[in-house]
Design a protein around this ligand. Structure first.
Ligand SMILES: CC(C)(COP(=O)(O)OP(=O)(O)OC[C@H]1O[C@@H](n2cnc3c(N)ncnc32)[C@H](O)[C@@H]1OP(=O)(O)O)[C@@H](O)C(=O)NCCC(=O)NCCS
Length: 158
């Protein structure tokens, strides 16, 4: 895999982030969620949604030579990792781990003592191997009211 680098997202990344998010949900989360759940979830966002997050300085992107291959959204106000997604063609190259490491390092620098998140069922083991503990089952509610089972997780930093 060619080199990639991680940096704060710029507004012009919004469209690519949107595409990575859709692809990642559709192809990587379909093993544990139903086609109906995946379809509704993948269609949830628009590029404008990411522009707002980028304007708030909350988005990191991993970029390879061909463009955005992964992204993370983190809230320094709540300490919540709101999203971590890698393009299906670029998984298992260390991109998710590096995005998570940069989030954790930035959080520590800002005096944040713990990171929390709702892990999809397919990603809970990934977080466990990186020091996150389960706080128990939770759900992510889609606008229609459909609920996606998730795992609430937390890691104390430092
Ligand atoms: C969960 C997710 C973000 C992980 O991203 P990723 O880029 O595949 O993660 P990594 O490559 O860092 O690590 C995954 C595995 O790849 C392997 N790996 C890591 N670096 C590697 C490298 N340089 N070379 C080869 N393999 C590597 C490891 O075996 C690792 O497994 P481990 O957890 O046992 O250590 C990604 O699978 C994804 O986007 N999933 C769908 C969306 C989702 O559910 N997101 C979470 C929402 S809460």
């Amino acid at each position: 895999m060619a080199k990639f680098r991680i940096r704060t997202a710029a507004l012009q990344d919004a469209e690519a982030i949107y595409r990575v998010h859709k692809q990642s949900i559709s192809r990587l989360c379909s093993g544990v969620y139903s086609p109906v759940q995946v379809d509704e979830w993948a269609e949830l966002r628009t590029p404008q949604h990411y522009e707002e997050l980028i304007n708030d300085g909350r988005v990191l992107v991993a970029k390879g030579p061909g463009g955005v291959v992964g992204f993370a959204v983190f809230s320094t106000e709540s300490g919540e990792l709101e999203a971590l997604y890698v393009h299906p063609e670029y998984v298992s190259h260390g991109i998710g781990s590096q995005l998570l490491a940069v989030v954790e390092s930035q959080a520590l620098n800002q005096g944040i003592s713990a990171i929390t998140l709702n892990a999809t069922l397919n990603s809970a083991a990934f977080y466990e191997r990186r020091g996150y503990s389960s706080l128990g089952p939770t759900t992510y509610r889609l606008p229609s009211g459909m609920e996606l089972p998730c795992v609430r997780m937390r890691r104390t930093l430092a």
